[in-house]
Write a protein that binds this ligand. Structure first.
Ligand SMILES: [Zn+2]
Length: 270
């Protein structure tokens, strides 16, 4: 029996090690400012709650914070410069429950977005419930953030709104099926290898008019100069997906921040 248990443990270690060995070298995935002891550093309601983030993290009371209520008018200006070009493919990820969210870290640099001549590499994607951005005052059940970074450490984030439909449970892509099957069983702890490959393009809505604005990380340290692109159409999720995430993580959405002097642009598609 003891040998059996040791054998299983050895197999488990071998799987973890081989997963790491198969991964191409990649910069550490940013965890949106939770580099050390994340669970104790801040929260939405404990230790340093959201209303006090600005005391410990001065950027959190800046003028260009996220999320925002996206209000557009028929005369919204056309964006200056070119639309981002997405280059995604099936890739290897690890997944972690860091106490603030479920986060999928890219194991390599295969996925990227070209924007204004810069290459922004996908580092990680993660989930929020309820959704963080509002659109025309409407809130959503959840939101997915795909976080990219360029060589200078600047961010580009794609936001995907998620909604539970009123009718039957939605059909979903195999990539989302992988996300939910991994995310909803993960207790807090170290990152584990994702079972199988995942293509981030399978996480995007098919109708893809996009809102563009300059914002920030929505978690401490709330760094600004983040290029935000929020898809106008939500993807559908099931009630079980939403409830499973809330049971595991709890509500992890930041309050809506003032727009101040920012412009929201509308892109016909990316
Ligand atoms: Zn986020």
């Amino acid at each position: 029996m003891r040998f059996h248990r040791h054998f299983l443990l050895a197999c488990l270690l071998a799987i973890v090690i081989s997963c790491q060995q198969n991964s191409a070298p990649s910069p550490a995935a940013p965890s949106l400012g939770v580099a050390t002891n994340p669970a104790a550093a801040w929260s939405y309601e404990q230790v340093i709650d959201e209303s006090a983030w600005g005391t410990a993290f001065p950027d959190c009371i800046g003028q260009n914070q996220s999320p925002i209520n996206i209000i557009t008018t028929p005369n919204a200006p056309a964006p200056v410069g070119s639309a981002p070009q997405l280059s995604y493919q099936s890739s290897s990820f690890s997944v972690v429950n860091n106490g603030h969210t479920i986060q999928f870290n890219a194991d390599d640099n295969k996925n990227y977005v070209m924007f204004n001549g810069d290459k922004y590499t996908l580092r990680q994607f993660h989930l929020h419930a309820p959704g963080e951005h509002h659109v025309q005052n409407a809130s959503y059940d959840m939101e997915l953030h795909l976080v990219h970074q360029n060589a200078n450490g600047q961010y580009l984030v794609l936001g995907v709104l998620m909604q539970v439909p009123t009718g039957p449970a939605p059909n979903t892509t195999s990539d989302f099926a992988t996300v939910w099957s991994e995310a909803l069983q993960l207790e807090s702890g170290p990152a584990t290898c994702l079972d199988g490959l995942l293509n981030p393009s399978g996480l995007l809505p098919t109708t893809n008019t996009v809102y563009e604005y300059d914002g920030s990380l929505t978690t401490p340290p709330c760094s600004e100069a983040v290029n935000w692109f929020v898809f106008s159409s939500p993807v559908q999720i099931s009630q079980a997906n939403k409830e499973g995430f809330l049971a595991l993580i709890g509500a992890n959405n930041r309050e809506i921040q003032p727009l101040n002097n920012r412009t929201i642009y509308i892109l016909p598609g990316i």
